[in-house]
Design a protein around this ligand. Sequence first.
Ligand code: MGD
Ligand code: MGD
Ligand code: SF4
Ligand code: MO
Length: 919
Amino acid sequence: MPHITRHITTTCPYCGVGCGIRATLEGKRITAVEGDSGHPANYGRLCVKGSALHETLGEQGRLTRPRVDGVEVEWETALATVAERLAATRARHGRESVAAYLSGQLLTEDYYVANKLFKGFLGTPHLDTNSRLCMASAVAAYKRSFGADAVPCSYEDLEEAELVVLVGSNLAWNHPVLYQRLKVAKARNPLMRVVVIDPRVTDSCEIADLYLGLRPGSDARLFNGLLAWMADKGRLDRVYLARHTLGLEEALAAAGEDDVSVAAVAADCDIDPERLETFYYWFASQLHVVTLYSQGVNQSSSGTDKGNAIINCHLAGGKLGLPGAGPFSITGQPNAMGGREVGGLANQLAAHMDYDSPGARDRVTCFWATATLTPTLPEAPGHKAVALFEAIERGEVQAVWIMATNPAVSLPRADRVRAALEQCPLVIVSECVADTDLLAYADIVLPASSWSEKDGTVTNSERRISRQRGLLQPPGEARHDWWIICEVARRLGYGEAFAYAHPAEIFDEHARLSGFENLPGTPGERLFDISGLAGLDRAAYDALSPTQWPVNAAAPHGRARLFEEGRFATPDGLARLVAVRPRAPEQRLSASRPLRLNTGRIRDQWHTMTRSARAPRLMNHRAEPFIEVHPDDAARLGVSDQQLARLRGAGGDYVGRVRLAKGQRRGEVFAPMHWSDSFSANARVGRLLEAHLDPVSGQPESKHGAVALAPLPVAWEATLLVAPALVGEVDWRADTAYWARIPLAHGQRWQLAGAPESADRDWLAWAQRALPVAAALWLDDPDGGRLRAAGIEGGRLRWWLMVGPPGELPGLAWLDERFAEAARGEALSAARRRRLLAGCDDGAADAGPVVCSCHQVGRATILRAIRDGDDSVEALGARLACGTQCGSCIPELKSLIEDTQEEKVHERLAPQPDVIDVA
Ligand SMILES: Nc1nc2c(c(=O)[nH]1)N[C@H]1C(S)=C(S)[C@@H](COP(=O)(O)OP(=O)(O)OC[C@H]3O[C@@H](n4cnc5c(=O)[nH]c(N)nc54)[C@H](O)[C@@H]3O)O[C@H]1N2
Ligand SMILES: Nc1nc2c(c(=O)[nH]1)N[C@H]1C(S)=C(S)[C@@H](COP(=O)(O)OP(=O)(O)OC[C@H]3O[C@@H](n4cnc5c(=O)[nH]c(N)nc54)[C@H](O)[C@@H]3O)O[C@H]1N2
Ligand code: SF4
Ligand SMILES: [Mo]
């Protein structure tokens, strides 16, 4: 019987752009995804991660059974054990001995019930979230200025602006669809200018008119300088300041404690003064300015001040509350905003009410009807993420429930976090993937449903609430996070307060709480109000169309822009300029760790790669952990391109492959945050970093580590490709100095390297011994340190080994196709068997590593086309289709085009390119 094909719209589970997706469902499978043309976040666009979503699904690798103390159990036992042990811990050690650590990847409904259970019913304030590592500083800065955590802007503002300033945001890679929107808007409006402020030249510079490659951590100085410059040049909006703000004099005085001449600011920020003043001039002379900022601002020990230094300049110029204007903190996770709305941060209570908001405790107590319970709502804020794990380390917190985040990788001082979890008596982990570093520390493992199975809402960076819809059944015994929490609550005796039959009922309660005693002009007034969405029945909830909050009587259809009337959420309605005194990063460089470590993201992977690495094509862009180094530093330190090297940081080491990057400042290196022990031997950046915190927000300084760099001594390097069935049979990682696991579509790739002691390894003998299938073909050149060999069984490829530098690898698609054949039971043809060691068909040209993930177009193929004269992005697209789908590889295509025109390359990537001219 043919399957029925259906199309259902939902929302992407990755970044905070929150793109709408139209999924094609055939029977019980999602066979395709495309952008939802009706969704106002993306109007049909998707980036490469979003468009590979259907390739990440399937039962393989999922957690499907609950486990207690390492033993698989029924749900009944698991839930009862969680409830019993939580209750026992609280009874024995007090309510503050239990804690939860949540994630901006939970849905609002999951988040709401977790917050309600822990703060409202277990009575512990210690519930925090990974958003602490992400945008806690942006939240704190908005609150200090506006009196509420409210992002004033919409995506449209980016398109309507005359000047867009990207500060510490690599939008092209991390919010790709928004970047594409900006790029199109800029092409349409020749007057629009884009400025990029980032210590490293990123792909986002592709559309920049001006690039400021500042000294890491000097953003507050730069924006204080701007405020002082505006005052000096008579560019303040005195009327706006007088009517709508307080604090200008104090902010100017604080800025003025340093020398605010352009020359002095430029020297401190290590930027060319003329360029700095150009930026100041552009900013001051446009009203329609959007400053979009992200982790380069937030992940700092002075992130809150940096946010305020930016907001100060917008207030001082009256550049907000208008189309195309405002300080726009872009959020990272799909539901970072939803978490803020329910009160998922330890310093919040619920629904934008803090412990110190007037009447808030009573209001929440009354709404949740917890007054009759002991214990009742906590009195003061709980531990923020880093402090929470310190409390676990000290034994004050004895039980922690971690959901949808991986603190064993993503927190600074990650090894100490591991040690703390190791000795914590009760660690409960809700997770959907079977193989994560955190699971090793879990006493109780709860299998959660995942994207495409979950049902609920998320809020994107522009305050837009959208539905994620459940399209598939969770595999095995996996259950929804909200259900798991409510079932535990019931077993703790709070059944009545958690008697929800569907997420729609939770959303309704959340919406009602947001409107509860929320009256204009009263002390209870809160900006976050979605009472207009209360009372939706199941059908209306299912049909909910994307809406920007607030949604209430005053704004029944939501609001695109906040503060249009110049009235803020402070008691007097006035915004505050905040006095900011710039501070250098807390982590100091030293003789033993002289390099500044910058960490962040790559285009095709999501965080610890638990989901994105399931789509093999997403592994192609950066297959191994790496370290970006300026060529001068590399020469000085004796490392070369593609060589393996070691970083030494505060809490341990990191090994990755060197990538020479002229866009990197001298004295600074960049390493990705994505690799965990599941993917490489020693490539967790979290262990390199000290936990220096922002004093206001508690956000750690993840962008400013201090490290030493040295080559990793290795005697050999090898690439091993194996059929999936062989994985787990032998541990080829034994005796290696380095390994990385790289999923392919059909086989699995392992990069291996050995220490000098293992130099005389007889590779062929090793392969015969170590691999379960004997070598059938080989080409051995021991003197040259090279070997290629393959294991064939029943005429089918089982493994393929190359000893030698990975630079000599053929493109691996051809070999991977042989594993696909083998899986289908097909034997190698005689011709292919002959070509097996070469790794490509006779006479065929090698495609090289993939650049365009959407159409799987390789670097070598692109370079050949460029040399043939197709030397524009358009021509390449017409010939090879690369860059024509999501567009994320266009900057890379451009750089390949430029690389082939040797002389241009220096200008483009010099750390301080003049004006980046993309024409
Ligand atoms: N592909 C992909 N996209 C993602 C994610 C992902 O994992 N992968 N994660 C999502 C999440 S949760 C988040 S929070 C966002 C983050 O999105 P971004 O903030 O854009 O990401 P990062 O790469 O962490 O850092 C941004 C930039 O800050 C710069 N930077 C470092 N130090 C400084 C400094 O002192 N000053 C300035 N001005 N800049 C500095 C870095 O060089 C880097 O280019 O991305 C989201 N989108
Ligand atoms: N050095 C350094 N460290 C950083 C950063 C940095 O830039 N540099 N960035 C920080 C930032 S901004 C962030 S947001 C964090 C991200 O760091 P983490 O939150 O630790 O990373 P993820 O890999 O997203 O972890 C989410 C986990 O939840 C699981 N999961 C996914 N969906 C669900 C679900 O619906 N339910 C349940 N129960 N589980 C689910 C996933 O499989 C995964 O294991 O890292 C932070 N750490
Ligand atoms: S831009 Fe973000 S939300 Fe949109 S498809 Fe890509 S990852 Fe998903
Ligand atoms: Mo994030």
